[in-house]
Design a protein around this ligand. Structure first.
Ligand SMILES: CC(C)(COP(=O)(O)OP(=O)(O)OC[C@H]1O[C@@H](n2cnc3c(N)ncnc32)[C@H](O)[C@@H]1OP(=O)(O)O)[C@@H](O)C(=O)NCCC(=O)NCCS
Length: 170
């Protein structure tokens, strides 16, 4: 945090990105979510990237954007269908620099441009404050089983269009 790194940039997902995105996914879970989830829960969650082929299919099947710093991926986000943010993960070495904000803002613009009236996300307890700051409102508390572990998250929703006028700095 606070290091004078160059500004992040965005680009579309490429198949060759899968290993580095899997590594970002695992590192973000292991290093950033320990206050909200137990080690067993973190391991179960991170195991979604164990099968890289499956993980790559998930990324390729959604609209996935990559954030880079000096051409190296540092985070990614994906839009599932017309109006659901499936994944948003930033490498621990790049947090606190607006990477997630940039990714999320881009997905909101793309979804809005395609006619979505609102966006939903099943936000981790770690990320719910981030989404709240962007104008997402908690709708429903969920408990999901992942690889034998129960994990809590919150379905949050943001009305698009109004978001642009909600005073959220971008
Ligand atoms: C949540 C996450 C994506 C945020 O990434 P980031 O690049 O550090 O976020 P940004 O720097 O763009 O932050 C934007 C704003 O949200 C705030 N914010 C970011 N993460 C936050 C957190 N965990 N708790 C509270 N506020 C947070 C920042 O302080 C910043 O606020 P500001 O606009 O007032 O300065 C990242 O911490 C992460 O990958 N977490 C683990 C994985 C996870 O839970 N993903 C979500 C799955 S739904």
């Amino acid at each position: 945090m606070g290091q004078a790194l160059p500004k992040p940039a965005l680009r579309p997902f490429l198949a060759a990105d899968v290993p580095v995105l899997a590594a970002i996914f695992v590192a973000a879970i292991e290093e950033l979510t320990g206050d909200d989830y137990s080690e067993a829960q973190q391991q179960a969650w991170a195991s979604a990237a164990d099968d890289e082929e499956q993980f790559g299919k998930r990324l390729a099947g959604e609209l996935t954007l990559i954030a880079t710093i000096q051409n190296s991926p540092v985070g990614f986000a994906s839009l599932k269908g017309a109006d659901h943010i499936d994944m948003l993960f930033v490498h621990p070495s790049a947090v606190g620099q607006g990477v997630a904000r940039m990714l999320c803002e881009a997905l909101e613009k793309i979804a809005g441009g395609r006619g979505a009236k609102s966006l939903t996300v099943d936000a981790s307890d770690n990320a719910s404050e981030f989404f709240q700051k962007r104008g997402y409102i908690g709708k429903q508390r969920n408990t999901v089983t992942v690889n034998g572990e129960w994990l809590a998250n919150t379905t949050m929703q943001k009305t698009l269009g109004e978001g642009a006028a909600s005073g959220v700095p971008t």
